[in-house]
Unconditional design. Sequence first.
Length: 335
Amino acid sequence: MADPVPPAGGAVAAEDAAVAGAIRRYEERLAKDPTSLAFAPLADLYRKAGRTREAIRLCRDGLGRFPHYNTARLILAKALLDTGDPEGALAEVKAAHEFVKENCYPYPGERYRLEREDGTVRPAEVARPDFVIRRTEEGFVVEMMRQDAFMLRVNTFYEDLRRQMRRAASGYSDESRGHVRDYVGRAKMFIEAVQRRNWTMGNIVQAIIRTQWEYLERGDAHLKPLTKAMVAAELGISESTVSRALDAKFVQMLNGRVVSFDVFFDQSLPVKDRIREIIASESRPLTDEEIARLLTQHGMKIARRTVTKYREEMSIPASTTRQANGGPDSIAAER
């Protein structure tokens, strides 16, 4: 004879207790850091526990701070659907869909097209910005992209197990206690290291913006002399830390262009901008030697071969092939 099927009440109670415990942990996290992304999983737990109104409020408050956090937007859509508001849920899903359409590319292979001249890939064609610079009424602000990718936490199973081992005097071997203590400690150290890295990176970018705000506002001619050593000295960190933090990092400028952080330290930009202006206003094609002399008169002392190098980097033809007074159409310079 088959054994009778046990009642499901115990399993339901255990599940309710697990949800209640998870809610408590996320509430504690959010209390410690009100700006944390923990609001999204907490809202989902509220929804599962039948606290739908609280889930909706929490999602809307959080989306006010992180409007592009689509996970929270979809949790909000589920909660609205639970309350019998399909129109509101559909609006949230559409907003998430629009963000995906505008920021994700369905054919990534096409971004690896080669330039016609030398067959190299333009970094801006394949790079996604690590930071975005925005203008506000208070000035420039810097937003770190993909913040949710760095929201790490210790596995809840290990956290719970560690707490149980602390409370229980027996029942666990010394080897088991050492294993859990060691790995939880390693995980916390790693999380703290990531947090310190993000904090340092944010401070470095803010220091760059404080120095180069005129460049952001007015263009290449207003780029100030800046070195990574100067940034390091301002923040009280080593130059190697600044170099490692900025290595292979990209930023989206006010005009939407994605560039390497190296541009903020590129002292050739003001010179190139002046060369571009001189050639655009020339009455006859000027040689590189003549342009070098004009630059010297304006306080930019550079050699003729440097003018040639910069002109070629901007894809501006030589004086022998350049039309006099050609204007912007004859200057194939990349801005």
